[in-house]
Write a protein that binds this ligand. Structure first.
Ligand code: MG
Ligand code: ZN
Length: 376
């Protein structure tokens, strides 16, 4: 048996004991708020989540979805700098930095100039910052918020950028890019030297960790890519809940948290409806956890969107009203516009049709970063 197989089996065995998770939240009544400026932003990205994906999730659920609950809806145009069809690197770079770039590029513009992301700006002005993903933490979507690299596959370089980022809370796969590297550096130890408490799927379940005494926390949920939901992954709603509560506790000034449902994209690339429905439901449960916090907190702007559509998903005629027949037209991304949902102070900024880069500017406007940077 190879090491890879052994690790996989170990992950499976461990995941079987991972039964303690959060129970799905019933649909929440979203109160309108009189507070003018958000203290916190939670940006949730369903990778590959277009309107067909959201429609399918809404039709498929027996109980109302959280995503159907948002008071503000807009549309973003997702094309990259030179391609009508974006990839996740250019898509997330646009949202994170306001720059349209070439596909495969992370956090750099078309001349490979580095641009500070909204997360890095938040970190710089003293907000707490966090990332939760069902991809590796070094995957293109999360990486675009803290890394600056010419190619999304430069995982070890991206891991070094995470070390420099100052991110306060992260949960995702990609352990191997930190502690089993070609350059033999041990970034796991380097993170601990910087004051992080680091744990992983081999040591303990995320649900068993008490975060009360930590100020910086990182958890690796897999060596490389985390498992699909239907093969035992359970942490997305839990990590989302832990993320908002952890960052809220340690950051008087507020926080910026990114949460990615990465495998909606993978399921649609694979043209697998069942895998897709499990992933989007899991992501919707994570939305429920965040909305529960936001309703209580009243100062949190929640934005839910995708980076592009994947699979050219169609909802085709089925024999019964309640039966979903999902079909795909390809195994790649498409250029359809992507819905943007918002709730909380300054949510109304997200009405309308705009470029993906506008999301960056709208988040800055909401946090009044424009005013801060011009008064510097
Ligand atoms: Mg992604
Ligand atoms: Zn994709």
């Amino acid at each position: 048996m190879t090491v890879k197989k052994l690790t996989y089996l170990l992950t499976l065995v461990l995941s079987c004991f991972a039964c303690k998770t959060v129970d799905p939240t019933p649909q929440i009544i979203l109160q309108t708020t009189t507070i003018q400026k958000p203290k916190n932003i939670v940006l949730m990205i369903g990778d590959g989540m277009g309107l067909s994906q959201v429609s399918a999730a809404i039709y498929n659920q027996k109980t109302p979805t959280h995503i159907s609950n948002f008071p503000v809806v807009g549309y973003q145009k997702t094309h990259s700098f030179d391609n009508l069809i974006t990839d996740s690197a250019a898509g997330a770079t646009a949202i994170a930095t306001g720059q349209k770039t070439r596909n495969n590029v992370v956090g750099l513009d078309t001349s490979y100039q580095s641009h500070q992301s909204i997360l890095e700006e938040a970190e710089e002005i003293g907000l707490g910052t966090g990332i939760v993903t069902t991809d590796a933490i070094t995957g293109a979507t999360p990486a675009s918020f803290y890394a600056h690299q010419k190619l999304r596959i430069m995982f070890e370089h991206i891991a070094e950028d995470l070390l420099k980022s100052g991110i306060d809370f992260f949960v995702g796969g990609g352990k191997t890019y930190f502690d089993n590297r070609e350059d033999e550096r041990n970034l796991h130890a380097a993170l601990e030297d910087k004051g992080y408490i680091i744990s992983d799927f081999i040591q303990e379940e995320l649900s068993r960790i008490n975060l009360n005494h930590y100020s910086k926390f990182g958890y690796f949920s897999a060596n490389k890519k985390p498992l699909p939901k239907n093969r035992g992954r359970t942490y997305l709603p839990l990590a989302s809940k832990m993320g908002v509560e952890f960052l809220d506790r340690y950051n008087e000034a507020g926080f910026f948290l990114v949460i990615e449902g990465a495998q909606i994209d993978w399921a649609c690339h694979a043209n697998q409806p069942r895998y897709f429905l499990d992933e989007i439901k899991d992501f919707d449960n994570a939305i429920g956890e965040v909305l529960k916090f936001a309703v209580r907190d009243k100062e949190t702007l929640v934005i839910v969107t995708g980076d592009h559509e994947t699979g050219g998903m169609a909802i085709n005629p089925a024999s019964k009203l309640k039966k979903l027949k999902l079909e795909f037209t390809l195994r790649d991304h498409t250029a359809t516009m992507i819905p943007v949902y918002a709730y909380g102070p300054k949510a109304e900024l997200f009405n309308g049709i705009y470029e993906n880069t506008a999301i960056y500017h709208k988040m800055r406007e909401a946090l009044e970063l424009e005013r801060l940077s011009s008064s510097k």
